[in-house]
Design a protein around this ligand. Structure first.
Ligand SMILES: Cc1cc2nc3c(=O)[nH]c(=O)nc-3n(C[C@H](O)[C@H](O)[C@H](O)COP(=O)(O)OP(=O)(O)OC[C@H]3O[C@@H](n4cnc5c(N)ncnc54)[C@H](O)[C@@H]3O)c2cc1C
Length: 248
C-alpha cells in the first residue's frame, strides 16, 4: 500500500486523474482514464487502411540483412531510402548492436471459458503490474503475469508457454481470483526490456531507425513511436518524438 500511496501522490502532483479504490478487484488505486482495446482487431483495421492506401505488406518474410537503403529477405530485396525497424520482443536479434542494452522476456497468458463467478468491469494490474487480468464482455477471463516466478528461464525469445509459470497462473486464478472456469487458452509472446524503462528510439545504423523495447507497455507508446519516427524520416519533423524522449 505504501507503493500505491506514493503513486497516488506522484500522479496528483502531476495533475493526473487517480482515486483511492476498494472494490471487487481489491484495494488500490483506480485510474479512470485507463482502458483496454483489442490489439488484434486494431492491427487488422490498420492493415486494411494501409493496403487500401497502396502499401504492400509481406507476412512470414523475415528481414535478414538491413541497411539504410536495402533490406534483404530469403525471397526478395527491397531498395529504399530509409528503414524503420519496429520490433519489440527480439529487437536485439534483428539489430545485434542493441544486444547489450535490450533484453527479451517471455510473457505468458491463460484464458478461461465464459464465467459469471466474478464480474470485473475494469482491467486490473496487481503486484507492480507483474499480474494483470481482464474480463471480456462475454465473461471470459484473460490473465497474465508471474514472469518473475520463472527466474532466468523467462529471459528468452521462445514464445512457448512453460509448465512452471502456467501452473502458478492457474493457482492464482483458482485461489486469488476464485475462478474455477475451464482454462481454454494458453499462450506466450515476447516483449523487450531495457534498464531505463524508456523505449529505444534511435538511428542505429545510417538510415536505419529502431523503435521498440517498451518494457511491457508498447501498445500505445509503440504506435506513437512509429508515427514519430515516420515523421522524422519522411518530413524531418521531430516535434512528436521530442515529447517522448527523456529530458536531458
Ligand atoms: C502477454 C503480453 C501482455 C502485454 N500487455 C501489455 C499491456 O497491457 N499494455 C501495453 O501497452 N503493452 C502490453 N504488451 C506489450 C505490447 O504487446 C508490445 O509492446 C506491442 O505489441 C509492440 O508492438 P510493435 O508493433 O511495436 O512490435 P511487435 O508486436 O513486436 O511487432 C513486431 C513484428 O515484427 C515482426 N518481426 C520481428 N523480427 C522481424 C524480422 N527480422 N523481419 C520481419 N519482421 C520481423 C514480428 O514477428 C512482429 O510481427 C504486452 C505483451 C505481451 C506479450
Amino acid at each position: 500500500m505504501v507503493d500505491c500511496r506514493n503513486q497516488f501522490e506522484a500522479m496528483r502532483a502531476d495533475d493526473l486523474p487517480v482515486a483511492e479504490y476498494i472494490g471487487p478487484e481489491g484495494e488500490g488505486l483506480m485510474i479512470p482514464t485507463d482502458g483496454v482495446y483489442n490489439p488484434l482487431l486494431r492491427c487488422r483495421i490498420l492493415t486494411k487502411r494501409a493496403t487500401d492506401a497502396g502499401a504492400m505488406l509481406f507476412e512470414k518474410s523475415a528481414a535478414l540483412n538491413i541497411s539504410g537503403s536495402r533490406v534483404e529477405t530469403a525471397n526478395g530485396v527491397i531498395n529504399c531510402r530509409k528503414v524503420i525497424v519496429a520490433v519489440d520482443g527480439g529487437l536485439e536479434n534483428v539489430l545485434p548492436e542493441l544486444s547489450g542494452r535490450v533484453r527479451t522476456a517471455r510473457l505468458q497468458m491463460i484464458g478461461t471459458a465464459p464465467t459469471d463467478e466474478v464480474k470485473f468491469t475494469r482491467p486490473v494490474y496487481y503486484r507492480w503490474g507483474f499480474e494483470y487480468w481482464q474480463q471480456l464482455p462475454d465473461g471470459r477471463i484473460a490473465l497474465g503475469g508471474m514472469r518473475d516466478f520463472g527466474g532466468d528461464e523467462e529471459w528468452t525469445d521462445k514464445s512457448i508457454p512453460s509448465d512452471a509459470i502456467q501452473k502458478s497462473r492457474e493457482i492464482f486464478l483458482r485461489t486469488k481470483l476464485g475462478i474455477q472456469a475451464e482454462i481454454t487458452h494458453r499462450w506466450a509472446a515476447v516483449a523487450a526490456f531495457n534498464g531505463s524503462g524508456v523505449p529505444i528510439i534511435e538511428e542505429v545504423r545510417p538510415g536505419v531507425w529502431a523503435i521498440g523495447s517498451y518494457s511491457g507497455t508498447g501498445n500505445i507508446i509503440g504506435a506513437i513511436c512509429g508515427r514519430g519516427v515516420a515523421q522524422i524520416v519522411v518530413k524531418g519533423e521531430t516535434a512528436l518524438l521530442d515529447e517522448l524522449r527523456p529530458l536531458p
